[in-house]
Design a protein around this ligand. Structure first.
Ligand code: CP
Length: 318
């Protein structure tokens, strides 16, 4: 079992391993049919203790597109968690049925507990306000595809930077690349956590914190919008006060560079006006598509099935 690999954080893979996974994802994008039987006979379990549209359906589509099959639950109340079964016991049971498991859980660290007891690879599909590594893989592949590289740009992260796990994972992943400047745009109550700004200071990485989105729009190469996370607020009043703090609209887009791209992990609530969707710089639905390719590449990587399956060109490259 010593070779068993899980994905708990984007940092579980080196930059070189990620590059290789992204190359496989791009190959999948261009040669989808060539991958359609790579996981024949394999089963993925999706264990979602918290709601999801993209992540769960993207994993399930990824396994189906690879020729595998899918089992799982989308609601903890329809599983034996409702009877008090622990995550540790659940994963030991799932290990008897499936070859790989994607797990989302409202409690930080729950997928890690599962991984420690699992006999199959476990993928953290989001744990509380902590990490969302496959969203980060999606974001990195999207940025690499749009910008041509994962270095040398200014990224604005806007909205709920306190509870947004996608933001925390993405910052942790981006600090490993060259010459990236961070601009954090949030109300004071939803500032990025101190442990992140302290980490940036220690690493000597440039960042600033601002409240007004309009003021920094012209500086940005990428704008990563996020939703205010209703489910993580302790009181309704604060949520209602902050939920519409930022609304990206056509007028604000006019202040941005013609080459700036807008990303969003989705779901969107009000923070991006629908009239921005037609702007060619709006890349959030493309981002969903990249999420499928990178999850297919991740499944192949964790099942150790890439080398004999990637096309000849990729094999030559490594
Ligand atoms: N981006 C994301 O995690 O979306 P879902 O909550 O719909 O999975």
């Amino acid at each position: 079992m010593s070779d068993l690999r899980h994905l708990m954080s984007p940092m579980d893979f080196t930059v070189e391993e990620l590059e290789r996974m992204f190359d496989v994802a791009v190959d999948i994008e261009n040669n989808m049919e060539a991958y359609s039987h790579k996981c024949d006979g394999k089963i993925m379990a999706t264990c979602f203790y918290e709601p999801s549209t993209r992540t769960r359906l993207s994993f399930e589509t990824a396994m189906l597109r690879l020729g595998g099959k899918v089992i799982g639950f989308a609601d903890a109340n329809s599983s034996s968690a409702a009877k008090g079964e622990s995550v540790s016991d659940t994963i030991r049971v799932i290990s008897c049925f499936a070859d790989i498991c994607a797990m989302r859980h409202p409690k930080e660290g729950a997928p890690m507990v599962a991984a420690s007891k699992s006999l199959i690879p476990v993928i953290n599909a989001g744990d509380g306000g902590h990490q969302h590594p496959t969203q980060t893989l999606t974001d990195l592949l999207t940025i690499r595809s749009l910008q041509g590289s994962l270095s040398n740009f200014t990224i604005g992260l806007c909205g709920d930077l306190k509870f947004g796990r996608t933001v925390h994972s993405l910052i942790n992943a981006l600090v490993r690349y060259e010459n990236i400047k961070f601009i954090f745009i949030s109300p004071p109550e939803l500032r990025v956590p101190d442990y992140i700004t302290e980490m940036l200071q220690i690493r000597g990485i440039e960042y600033k914190e601002v409240i007004k989105l309009e003021d920094v729009m012209p500086e940005l190469d990428l704008l990563y919008m996020t939703r205010v996370q209703k489910e993580r607020f302790f009181n309704e009043e604060d949520y209602i006060r902050l939920r519409n703090f930022y609304i990206l609209d056509k007028a604000k887009m006019e202040k941005a560079k013609p080459t700036m791209h807008v990303l969003h992990p989705l779901p969107r609530v009000n923070e991006i006006s629908v009239d921005v969707d037609d702007d060619e710089r709006a890349a959030y639905f493309k981002q969903v598509q990249y999420g499928l390719y990178v999850r297919m590449a991740l499944i192949l990587t964790l099942l150790d099935m890439t080398d004999d399956h990637v096309n000849e060109g990729l094999l030559k490259k490594y």
